[in-house]
Design a protein around this ligand. Structure first.
Ligand code: NI
Length: 176
């Protein structure tokens, strides 16, 4: 169990198309467990490999509201099989874009296939918030951030603020 550092945008490591996981081995299971701890600690509803510097197709999500009734889901090599025409709008945030939120519309219902934490082939139906979270995290595996769904102006305002924040934090760290 370990907390992993989360990469903050803008960063080229968040813009990479990730590779499939070839084998669900002990290293992958440990990575997923560490990602889950990191997500709960942040706290957030989802976390994808590239956000912790691992360019592999895996993610964790948990949209349960109650910390006593947690419901983590681990998705390895997820693929969307079908998506509804009906859309669901949600004010999204992202652990890689701290303190920034914006409404994004995505299909309200999806059917997704994936390998679970044990390496078993699974299918799942998700709707509303869970569907949004899974799609948001799957975007990360393609190097897509939620701000990429916004207008160019809104995106550049958010990314510039984050860049400025990172620069200030770095200056503080070196005592400049
Ligand atoms: Ni995100």
């Amino acid at each position: 169990m370990a907390l992993l550092p989360i990469i903050i945008a803008p960063d080229p490591r968040l813009k990479v198309k990730c590779d499939p996981v070839e084998k669900v081995d002990a290293g992958i299971v440990k990575l997923l467990d560490d990602m889950l701890d990191t997500m709960y600690d942040a706290p957030g509803l989802g976390l994808a490999g590239p956000q912790v510097g691992v360019q592999k197709r895996l993610l964790v999500v948990d949209t349960s509201k109650d910390v006593d009734a947690r419901d983590p889901k681990f998705l390895i090599n997820p693929e969307i099989l079908s998506a509804s025409g009906e859309l669901f709008k949600y004010e999204e945030g992202c652990l890689s874009l701290p303190e920034h939120y914006a409404e994004v519309e995505r299909p309200a219902r999806i059917r997704v296939k994936y390998l679970d934490r044990g390496g078993a082939a699974c299918e799942m139906e998700a709707e509303d918030l869970l569907a949004t979270c899974i799609q948001h995290e799957m975007d990360h595996l393609e190097g897509i951030l939620f701000v990429d769904h916004l207008s160019r102006l809104k995106r550049s305002v958010i990314l510039r603020k984050l860049q400025k924040m990172k620069k200030q934090q770095m200056q503080k760290a070196v005592g400049a």
